[in-house]
Design a protein around this ligand. Structure first.
Ligand SMILES: Cc1ncc(COP(=O)(O)O)c(C=O)c1O
Length: 390
């Protein structure tokens, strides 16, 4: 059986609406969002969908995260606490703003930051907590951030329309929520990003940072450091059509996930995400108890034709050579050379054993898609049951 894939039209919701959107922009002759209307409309629609006052578009999810990190304004050498299990796009903007990524260990079943570990990592130089809602499950760091009095940035790249247990949408709980529209996400315009916030000061800083520090409504002068992270009108128009389809994408992913969840519930040694209807099901993660191992089970699933992988990453982010050994700027490792505020190990093997165990031994991810039929899900269920010896 072949599975719908996000790598081609079989597993994407790209259709007549996106074709019309691209044609509309091309016909207008205006492809830049500085003077066009599409990206501004996308921002309004994104803010409205989340019930917040501001959204700022960017050229990628990484760029969106960079806007957020720049907006919370760390001093060089300040620390931002984040997860060792994420895309490197979560970490790169911290370094790019001359701040230090500080990791904390994760929950053994969700892979999301463990609030107690985050609380223990908070120090005098902590400037923000950057929570990652991994695979579409909420990482609830609202209380920790509130108690510590530091801004919470939410990386919702994998968690479109995920909800916290009390029903709040992720991305709306902290200072800034960041989203990705990259090819493999729930909705896509190839590459793109969005930030949301209720804070007009943060919104303005992000807009300036995305556009060379240039306040377009005032004058041709540059009031703060900024790059060019603008989304194009072509991408924005496609993203608008995709955003309109988001509730349907979520409903379909949840419907399929509910079926697999029911089929696998109670299997010995197999842990499933807790709340099917709050989860966004970017991937379908499964955590295995020994003696089951992720590599062995993923191998059997791959042999059965099921698109599944062991570990999600090849190594947790705190093992990345970009942090452990490579220069950051020129030959310098600044800001990583700023001494730690406490004695917690920052990087390298052994620093965060729960995250390491997930990647190396227990975490298995199955590609997920809104186009999966009951037959796809039933075949995955059969393959998983066989692979774990049920
Ligand atoms: C959790 C997470 N954060 C950040 C990113 C970076 O987004 P982008 O690839 O759009 O730059 C991604 C996806 O790639 C992601 O999954």
């Amino acid at each position: 059986m072949s599975y719908p894939s996000m790598a081609d039209a079989s597993g994407r919701t790209l259709g007549a609406e996106e074709l019309d959107a691209v044609a509309r922009v091309l016909r207008s002759g205006m492809l830049s969002s500085v003077w066009g209307t599409e990206v501004r409309a996308l921002e309004r629609e994104m803010a409205d969908r989340h019930g917040v006052s501001h959204a700022v578009a960017a050229s990628s999810g990484t760029a969106a995260l960079h806007l957020a990190v720049a907006a919370v304004a760390p001093d060089p050498g300040d620390e931002i606490i984040t997860s060792p299990i994420s895309d490197f796009g979560t970490v790169a903007p911290i370094l790019a703003q001359n701040a230090v990524p500080v990791f904390a260990d994760v929950d053994p079943y969700t892979g999301n930051l463990d609030p107690a570990a985050v609380a223990a990592a908070i120090g005098p130089r902590t400037r923000a907590i950057l929570a990652v809602h991994l695979f579409g499950a909420a990482a609830d760091l609202r209380a920790v951030a509130h108690t510590a009095g530091v801004p919470l940035i939410e990386d919702c790249a994998q968690a479109w329309l995920t909800r916290y247990p009390d029903g709040q949408l992720v991305g709306t709980a902290g200072a800034i929520g960041c989203f990705s529209l990259q090819q493999w996400k729930h909705i896509t315009c190839g590459d793109g990003g969005l930030t949301i916030t209720d804070d007009p000061v943060l919104a303005r800083r992000m807009r300036l940072f995305a556009d060379k520090g240039w306040p377009r409504d005032e004058a041709r002068r540059h009031v703060s450091l900024g790059l060019n992270y603008r989304m194009t009108e072509l991408a924005g128009a496609v993203a608008r059509a995709q955003l309109a389809k988001l509730p349907g994408v979520l409903a379909d992913r949840r419907r399929a996930a509910r079926r697999l969840h029911a089929a696998l519930a109670g299997l010995p040694g197999v842990h499933l995400p807790a709340d099917v209807d709050a989860h966004a099901w970017w991937l379908f993660p499964i955590v295995l108890d020994p003696p089951l191992t992720n590599r062995q089970v993923a191998g059997k699933l791959a042999a059965a034709g099921v698109p599944a992988r062991a570990g999600y990453l090849d190594q947790p982010l705190h093992h990345a050579p970009a942090l452990t050994e490579a220069p950051v700027y020129g030959t310098s490792r600044f800001p990583l050379t700023v001494p730690p505020a406490d004695r917690l190990p920052r990087y390298g093997p052994g620093a965060f054993p729960v995250a390491e165990r997930l990647i190396d031994q227990s975490l298995l991810v199955i590609d997920w898609n809104e186009r999966y039929t009951d037959a796809h899900v039933d075949e995955i269920a059969r393959a998983v049951r066989a692979a774990v010896g049920a």
